[in-house]
Each structure stands twice: as C-alpha cells, then as structure tokens.
Design a protein around this ligand. Structure first.
Ligand code: UD1
Ligand code: UDP
Length: 372
C-alpha cells in the first residue's frame, strides 16, 4: 500500500484536493491521507469545505494558523517535517500557490520524499505577488509537475525544467464543480439576499495589492457603490478584507449602501450557486477567474496581470482597475462582452488523469522510491 499525503491548507486548496482524494480512494494499493496545515482555520474558510466535499476530518492537522510569510512558511515546515519523519509517505501532493504549498514541498524534498505539484507552471511574472514566489520555488524543486493548461508546460520548459517531469492534466477545480453540480443547481441562494437570478453581480476581493492599501481599497469601494446603483452586488468578505474594511471605515459605507449585500465567506455550494446565477463577477481570485471561464460568465479581474492567461485568451475574463471597472460593467450590461469557450481538458476528469499518473509512477517503483 502506498501512502500519499494530500496537502490542504487554505480555501483554494480544498476544492483542488477533494476530487483527487475521492478518486484515489477508488484505486487499488493507494492510501490517500489529507494533511491540513491549518493555514485557514475559520469554520467558513475551512470546515465548511470538508462538509461540502464529503471529506473526512484530517487525521493530521498541523494547526499553524496565521502569521507573517516567514512565520507561516517556517511553522508549516517545522511541524510537517516531524510528521514526515514519523509517517514516511511515498508521495506528497501539494496544490496551488499558497505558503503551505512551498513549505510542505520543501520539507519533503529535503527528506528525499517524492513530491508532486498540482496546478504547476502558472506564472503571473509579477514577483511582488507572494504566490508567484511560491509557484517558482515549488516548481523548481518538485519531482512531478501537473499542469492545468499548455501555458503551464511552456513556462516550465522555458525555466529549464525537464519535459519528463511535466504532465498536462487539466484543471482540477472543474472536477469539484462537476462533482457537486446537481447539488449546487438545486440551491437558490440569491433569494436569501432578496435578489433574482441574473440580476446581480458577485464580488470577491482578497489580494494584498487591492485590500492592504487603504487608498486603493477606498477607490475600489467607491466603484462598487457606483456600480450598485445599476446592478445589486453580493460581496462575501474574506477575513483579510474584512479587517481592512473595518480599519478604513469602508465597512460602514458598504453596509449602509442599499444595493450592496455584504456577507461572511460562503461555503462552496452556496458560493458556486451565486456564481452560476450572477450577471458578472468582480474579483481578484485565481479560482473564480477559472470557474467563470468554465461557466461562460463575464469576469472582471481587478489585477494588472494573471497567472491564468487562458481565462483571457479563451475564456470570459478581462483585467481591469478602479479606473475602468465602471465602463466594463456598463459594457456587460449593454450586452457587449466576449463569449469565451472552455479550455481543453477543463472537463471534470483531471483527478482521474492525476490518479493514472500516480499509478503509473507506482508501477515504475524506482521513480517513487525515496532517496532516504
Ligand atoms: C491566502 C493565500 C492566497 C490565497 C488566499 C485564498 C498565501 C501567501 N496567500 O491568502 O494565495 O489566494 O489564501 O483565500 O498563502 N484569517 C482569518 N481566518 C482564517 C484565515 C485567515 O481570520 O481562517 C485572517 C488572518 O487575519 C490572517 C489573514 O486572514 O492573518 C490572511 O490569511 P493568510 O492565510 O495569511 O493569507 P490570505 O490573504 O488568506
Ligand atoms: N469560494 C467559496 N466561498 C467564498 C469565496 C470563494 O467557496 O465566499 C471558493 C471559490 O470556488 C474560489 C475558491 O473558493 O474559486 C478559492 O478562493 P480564493 O479566492 O479564496 O483563492 P484563490 O483562488 O484566489 O487563491
């Protein structure tokens, strides 16, 4: 029996490891184990996803919590190293680009334990983003690199990474969506806000570049107020953003606005039900750019770059800023927006392709054999 650790840490990780966990359970000779680092810990940033995705409570929980980048990364490494020494997994799979992704991978690599990076190769080419540093480092040390789209392969090859480490597997986020689609479609969450399907916009913001600078956050909130006079907005607020909205006094302004509905972070099913019923998304989330492209819903991304370029070249995403956001919303409301198409291999079968890769690696025992 081969033991495979799946690293769960922050909100975007849960929907990336859930389909793989369920797929690996079906495969002979594989024992998938979820390791929760504790990077996200609130009920609505963590526990709710275990329930939504029918995941067992993690047997291994590192409980690292919040901190500076160095504290969080270091604490995951220190705690996970102890687990790795005791449990000696055959492979660890870390997804995405959060601090726990690089921390878990680095701890394992140093012990000679094989590592795989799921969602490898993405690049914003913006090193002011903490996630970009995590992506570059994780890709440069992981043994197996599973990419969501061909740009990922190209970026890795340009970085000098050997082709035989790279496999284009597709986008695992889409598996999560398809796995729960019927349950999501049965909900009617916008009614709880007194709104009708297709007649509201959905907002998520949490990038430090947008929310950690009061002058930028204030400008964005002003834009949201203006937009809400034409389109009611639902805004489930990330905890980082919540703290900043409170500090700047923007929370009261948004709270008092007639057509802005602030909410706590939502569970996956409730959130995706709102996405499916929305006229447009205003976001800086990585995952939301992908989900809207898959669903064909206009996505206005408040960033100057994206590590997910296919959502622009093939999908329904465009980059904006507080200067042109209003105009972009008007274009959409007037019916002027690109249609987009689903990128190749965003088909709900990525977990199965990843599980095939893992079985193949197991069958070539040497490749999975630990160095010490
Ligand atoms: C992290 C990831 C980011 C990802 C985002 C998804 C890094 C560097 N950043 O950003 O890539 O897009 O998650 O949501 O890994 N907090 C709570 N409760 C929680 C979790 C966090 O209150 O359950 C608050 C704490 O005050 C914390 C702050 O949010 O200091 C930021 O959390 P952190 O995990 O450091 O970064 P995120 O902004 O969530
Ligand atoms: N999401 C959710 N509830 C919310 C906001 C987001 O379930 O209130 C989901 C959504 O599917 C999104 C995923 O969480 O794709 C990842 O979210 P986040 O924006 O936090 O992280 P990122 O993808 O930017 O790293």
């Amino acid at each position: 029996m081969k033991t495979i650790h799946l690293i769960a840490a922050a909100r975007p990780n849960f929907m990336k490891i859930a389909p793989l966990y369920h797929e690996l359970l079906k495969r002979d000779g594989i024992n998938p184990v979820i390791v929760h680092t504790g990077q996200h810990y609130d009920l609505n940033m963590s526990d709710v996803f275990f329930k939504d995705f029918n995941l067992p409570e993690p047997r291994i929980h590192l409980g690292v919590g919040s901190g500076t980048h160095a504290e969080q990364t270091g604490n995951v490494m220190i705690a996970y190293e102890k687990v790795l020494i005791k449990e000696k997994p055959d492979l660890i799979v870390a997804a995405g680009d959060v601090n726990s992704t690089i921390a878990a991978t680095l701890a394992a690599v140093k012990l000679g334990i094989k590592t795989a990076h799921l969602e490898a190769g993405l690049r914003s080419f913006d090193r002011t983003m903490p996630e970009e540093i995590n992506r570059i480092l994780t890709d440069s040390i992981a043994d197996y690199l599973w990419t969501p789209s061909p740009d990922g392969d190209e970026n890795l090859i340009k970085a000098g990474i050997s082709k035989d480490k790279i496999t284009l597997v597709g986008n695992i986020m889409i598996d999560s969506l398809e796995m729960l689609r019927s349950k999501i479609e049965n909900l009617d969450i916008c009614r709880k806000f007194g709104l009708n399907k297709g007649r509201y916009g959905l907002v998520t913001l949490h990038r430090p570049s947008n929310v950690d600078h009061p002058e930028i956050l204030e400008k964005l909130c002003k834009c949201l107020l203006e937009i809400s006079s034409r389109l009611p907005l639902i805004f489930p607020v990330h905890p980082r953003t919540s703290a900043q909205l409170m500090d700047t006094g923007c929370e009261t302004i948004l709270h008092n606005a007639d057509n802005i509905h602030l909410a706590d972070p939502l569970g996956y099913k409730d959130f995706m039900n709102l996405v499916m019923g929305s006229r447009l998304l205003i976001t800086d989330s990585g995952g939301v750019q992908e989900e809207t492209t898959y669903l064909g819903i206009p996505c206005l991304t408040l960033r100057s770059n994206t590590e997910r370029p296919v959502t622009i070249t093939e999908g329904t995403n465009i980059l904006c800023n507080h200067g042109n956001l209003n105009k972009m919303v008007d274009n959409i409301l007037e019916g002027n927006f690109k249609k987009g198409k689903k990128p190749n291999l965003w088909d709900g079968h990525t977990a199965s392709r990843v599980a095939d890769c893992i079985q193949e690696l197991i069958s070539q025992n040497l490749k999975l054999k630990n160095r010490n």
